[in-house]
Structure formats: structure tokens, C-alpha cells
Design a protein around this ligand. Structure first.
Ligand SMILES: *Cc1c(COP(=O)(O)O)cnc(C)c1O
Length: 398
């Protein structure tokens, strides 16, 4: 018997970003003087909001004397942050949550993967294609079967609910990589599907802050009945520049219950709490103070300004590319622009042309799944000047 978790050997090599890095490196060696513009990787570039920095400095100073020093904190997060989350992200949207339905974490990626700890290895997992690869890989590691739900221009990148039962479905809207969103009606159809089939939806709302259209739901709990079927995962990374600081949270409503083998109904909130208490020792106090500051009046203004900055990039890129005749998706309520390759070029072929001919780095859509073939992703997380320059160069592309 192998001592390995053999499921790891089933993982498809995901070398997307290292393959891109290699191609960029080769290009730089061959063209040391070329000015590359990087609109590829999904990392933010603007510094942390001042309100967060001030809160962190203050929290650091508190560690300097025993009266204010903080050691181990609650595994679920400090009440000051859980309360700020409930009061700002949910109550104003008409969603009533208890503080103990919110679990602060070191980021959404960990939670997207770790949540599988409380679910059976036999669950089937539905994910959209193209997809944020974490949903697939973390479940393959546990030996779960993956069902791909095709997202394409034909369905507005929102798959219709399947006819068969899938046990767990990951939905991410606004979507990475397509930058597309869904309407309340579309989300309600998924909640209805979940209620009929006893499916659990894991709703990744990492880009919620980028929504400007009032018709688009910010949280799945805006849909009636969602608390009984959905877990929601959020992050401060793309909202407030926390990609390096690390903080996110997961909502597990107490109304969400699954049947045990003995027929009793078990609260997932209880299991997740147990899981976190055992395997996680909380997000640092300093980080949680920074996250709390996101909800202060200054913090809100500063966060808004950064998001507006990125969204100005997004509209600029979107409009310029449309003007040049490209078919473009996303970039309206999300910081990603999903561009159809011209003349049916493959994702990597178009990526290579952009790199070699106009020195712009993008992400080949095929890296996000088969359904991403024929597209590239451009991020709006760069500098505005770089976006302007990149679009000038697109005009010169033959
Ligand atoms: C960036 C991203 C996350 C990761 O968030 P962290 O909090 O930085 O771990 C989660 N989900 C999606 C879809 C993302 O694009």
C-alpha cells in the first residue's frame, strides 16, 4: 500500500503562471530593452488604504506592552471584526446574520479548499468551466469527482442549473476569469436548484466590491432561502489590497444543515467551527485591525477610490478593445476583461503574439479550463498609464 495520498497524483499539472513566467523570461532575455506591460496576473498594485496602515501601526504598538499585548485570539476571529462584517456587508442589504455565523480567516483561497474537510469524500463537485483552479484541485486532492458546467457566451457565462443532482456547487460571481456577473433571477434559480436537490452552494464573492449595477446581488443571502443551502466566502484581497496581508472570511449560516447517516440533521456551522478550532489558530490581531479599518468612514472612502481606479482601467480597456473590433466580456462589474481571440486563434497563440509583437503580458484563457480556449484574460489591476500604453499598442497589432 502506498503511504501517499494518491489523489495528488491525479492532479492535472497546473503550470499556467509558471509557463507564462517562462515565456516572459525568454522574451526578456531576447529583448532586454523592451518595455513589458503586465496585465496578466490577478494581483493588485495599489498600496493599502491609509486607514488600514494606521490601524496596523496602532496594533503593532499595542504589542509593545503587556497591558495591551494580544496573544492567541479566538479561532473564529475577533468580535470587533465579525461585528463590523455583519453590520457593513450584510445588515444594509437586508441580510440578518449572527456574529457567530462569520469565520475570519487568512484568506478566501484557504477557505475554498479547507471547506472540503467537513464534507464527504463521496460528494460530487460542480464547477464552472472556465474556473478559478483552486475549486477543482482542492477537491481532486480529496478524491472527489468533478462535474464541469460549461460557461460560454451562449449562456452569458452563467451555466443553467443541471438536470442531475450535484452535491456541492462552487459559484464565483463576479467571476474570475470571465469578469461576468449573474442577476438575482439567475442566482435564485441556483438557490432553488440547491433547495430541491439538497445541494450545498459555495459562493465565492471575492469581487463583490466591484459591483456597481444595482440589479446584481452582492451576497447570495439576498436570495430568499439561501441561508439553508449556501456558504459564502469573501476576501479583503481584491477589495482592499490585502493579497499580501492575508484576510478573508466565510459565512456558514446556522440554518444550513445536512443529514447524517443516522438521519439526524447536523449544522455545518458547528462542524466548521470545530474544524477551525482544531486546525487554525486565527488570523493575526494586527491583520484583523487592518480589516476592521476597511469599514471605517475613511477606510470606506479609500477603498472606494482604489476600486474606482481599477474600474476606470477596466472600462478604458473594454472600450478601446471594443472600438478595435474585439469581442469583449466582463470589465463592467469586475476587474477582469475576457477577450475573444481574433480569427479563431488559440489562447496561447494570441498570448504569444501579444507578448512578442506588442510586449503586453496577458493570461491565456485555456489556463482556466477547456472552455477558456479561444479567450485571453486581461486584468485591470495595473497602472492607468500602462493600460493606456497597452491599448495604443493593440492599435498597432497587425
Ligand atoms: C483572488 C481570489 C481569491 C483569493 O483570495 P485570497 O483571500 O487572497 O486567498 C479567491 N477567489 C477568487 C475567485 C479569487 O480570484
Amino acid at each position: 500500500m502506498s503511504l501517499l495520498n494518491e489523489n495528488f497524483l491525479m492532479l492535472q499539472a497546473n503550470y499556467l503562471f509558471s509557463d507564462i513566467a517562462k515565456k516572459v523570461e525568454a522574451f526578456r532575455n531576447a529583448n532586454p530593452d523592451a518595455k513589458l506591460i503586465r496585465l496578466g496576473i490577478g494581483d493588485v498594485t495599489q498600496p493599502l488604504p491609509q486607514a488600514c496602515l494606521d490601524a496596523m501601526h496602532k496594533a503593532v504598538d499595542e504589542q509593545a506592552c503587556s497591558a495591551t499585548f494580544r496573544g492567541y485570539g479566538p479561532e473564529q476571529g475577533y468580535d470587533f471584526l465579525r461585528k463590523a462584517i455583519v453590520d457593513n456587508d450584510y445588515t444594509p442589504r437586508g441580510v440578518q446574520l449572527d456574529m457567530d455565523e462569520v469565520f475570519v480567516s487568512d484568506g478566501a483561497k484557504s477557505d475554498c479548499g479547507n471547506i472540503g474537510d467537513i464534507l464527504s469524500k463521496d460528494c460530487t463537485i460542480g464547477v464552472t468551466d472556465p474556473v478559478y483552479p483552486v475549486y477543482i484541485d482542492s477537491n481532486v486532492m480529496s478524491g472527489r469527482r468533478i462535474v464541469l458546467l460549461n460557461a460560454s457566451p451562449a449562456n452569458g457565462f452563467v451555466p443553467a442549473v443541471p438536470s442531475e443532482k450535484i452535491d456541492i456547487v462552487y459559484l464565483c460571481y463576479p467571476n474570475n476569469p470571465t469578469g461576468m456577473t449573474l442577476t438575482k433571477e439567475q442566482l435564485a434559480a441556483w438557490v432553488d436548484y440547491a433547495r430541491r436537490n439538497k445541494t450545498v452552494i459555495i459562493y465565492d464573492a471575492a469581487y463583490e466590491a466591484y459591483i456597481s449595477d444595482p440589479e446584481i446581488p452582492h451576497t447570495i443571502y439576498e436570495i430568499e432561502g439561501a441561508k439553508e443551502v449556501a456558504i459564502e466566502i469573501r476576501s479583503f484581497s481584491k477589495t482592499a489590497g490585502f493579497t499580501g496581508v492575508r484576510c478573508g472570511y466565510t459565512v456558514v449560516p446556522k440554518a444550513l444543515k445536512l443529514a447524517a447517516d443516522d438521519g439526524s440533521m447536523v449544522e455545518l456551522n458547528h462542524l466548521w467551527n470545530r474544524r477551525q478550532c482544531t486546525k487554525f489558530n486565527g488570523t493575526s490581531y494586527i491583520t484583523q485591525r487592518a480589516a476592521e479599518a476597511v469599514y471605517s468612514p475613511e477606510g470606506k472612502k479609500q477603498v472606494r477610490a482604489v476600486i474606482d481606479y481599477y474600474m476606470r482601467n477596466a472600462s478604458y480597456i473594454r472600450e478601446k478593445l471594443q472600438g478595435l473590433g474585439y469581442t469583449v466580456f466582463g470589465g463592467v462589474n469586475a476587474p477582469y476583461i475576457w477577450v475573444k481571440t481574433p480569427e479563431g486563434l488559440g489562447s496561447w497563440d494570441f498570448f504569444n503574439r501579444l507578448l512578442n509583437e506588442i510586449h503586453v503580458v496577458t493570461t491565456p484563457g485555456a489556463g482556466f479550463g477547456n472552455a477558456g480556449e479561444g479567450f485571453i484574460r486581461i486584468t485591470a489591476f495595473g497602472l492607468y498609464e500602462d493600460c493606456v500604453e497597452a491599448m495604443k499598442r493593440f492599435e498597432t497589432l497587425k
